[in-house]
Design a protein around this ligand. Structure first.
Ligand code: ATP
Length: 215
C-alpha cells in the first residue's frame, strides 16, 4: 500500500446528461499527504470525491486508491473512510453505541480505542446516551467525524468536514486532521474554508487547476 500514492486520478470525465462537470481532471495525493480541493459551488468537488470513493462511476478516466481500483475489494473499505454520503443511524442505538459498534466492526476494543475520550474531544460527552437523530446538525457532524477518526484507516475522504461546525469545532477538527496526516494517514477533502484547510496542514488546490472547467 505504501508503495503507491493514496489517490491517483487521470483523464477523469464526468457529466450529468449533456452537462459536462469534470473534464480531463487529474489529481495525485501522495501517501501521507493531505490535499484540500477548493472551488465555487457546483464546480464538481463532491463529484470528484464521490468517484474517488467508488460511489459514482466516471464516464472516462482512471482512478486508483493505493494502486487499486476503488471499491473493488474489502481492503478498500478497511483502508478508506469516506463521509461523502451522509451516514445512516441505526434505530435505537445511542451515540456511544454507534462509536462502539464501529470500533468492534474494525476489531478494536472500544475502551482501548478510546471511545469516551474521542466523543469528549468532539464535545459529545453530554450526549453519550442520546440517539443521533436527536442531535443538532453540528453535533451530528461531530459524531460523524469522531467515528471516522476513531476507526483505523489509511485515507480519509471528507466532503466539507467544517460544515455546520462552530469556530472552536473547526479549529479542533483541523488539528485532528493535521495529527492524522502527521501520523502517516492520507487525506483528500473538499472545503470552502481556506483557514480551516490551512490549519489542517493540507495542500490546497483549486478545481480549476485540476482540469478544464466547462463553460
Ligand atoms: N445527481 C446529479 N444529477 C444532475 N446533476 C448533478 C448531480 N449531482 C451534481 N450535479 C451537478 O453537477 C455539478 C457539480 O456538482 P457537485 O456537487 O459535484 O459540486 P460541488 O463543487 O461539490 O458544489 P458545492 O460546493 O455546492 O458542494 C453541479 O452543477 C450540480 O448541479
Amino acid at each position: 500500500m505504501v508503495d503507491h500514492p493514496a489517490v491517483e486520478v487521470a483523464g477523469l470525465h464526468v457529466g450529468y446528461g449533456s452537462n459536462p462537470v469534470l473534464v480531463d481532471v487529474a489529481l495525485t495525493v501522495a501517501a501521507g499527504e493531505g490535499v484540500c480541493v477548493t472551488g465555487e459551488n457546483g464546480i464538481g468537488k463532491s463529484t470528484l470525491l464521490r468517484c474517488v470513493s467508488s460511489l459514482q462511476q466516471p464516464d472516462e478516466g482512471e482512478i486508483r486508491v493505493f494502486g487499486a481500483v476503488p471499491g473493488a475489494s474489502p481492503e478498500f473499505w478497511r483502508a478508506v473512510v469516506t463521509t461523502v454520503e451522509p451516514p445512516t443511524w441505526y434505530p435505537g442505538l445511542t451515540v456511544r453505541e454507534h462509536a462502539e459498534l464501529v470500533c468492534r466492526a474494525h476489531g478494536q476494543d472500544p475502551d482501548e480505542a478510546g471511545v469516551d475520550e474521542a466523543l469528549e474531544t468532539f464535545g459529545l460527552a453530554g450526549h453519550l446516551d442520546a440517539i443521533p437523530p436527536s442531535l443538532s446538525s453540528g453535533q451530528k457532524q461531530r459524531l460523524t467525524l469522531a467515528v471516522a477518526l476513531l476507526r483505523p484507516s489509511s485515507l480519509l475522504i471528507l466532503d466539507e468536514p467544517e460544515q455546520r461546525l462552530d469556530r472552536e469545532g473547526r479549529e479542533s477538527v483541523a488539528k485532528l486532521l493535521a495529527d492524522y496526516v502527521a501520523g502517516g494517514g492520507s487525506l483528500l477533502m473538499a472545503s470552502h474554508d481556506d483557514v480551516f484547510a490551512a490549519a489542517s496542514g493540507a495542500r490546497i488546490t483549486s478545481m480549476e487547476s485540476l482540469g478544464t472547467v466547462p463553460l
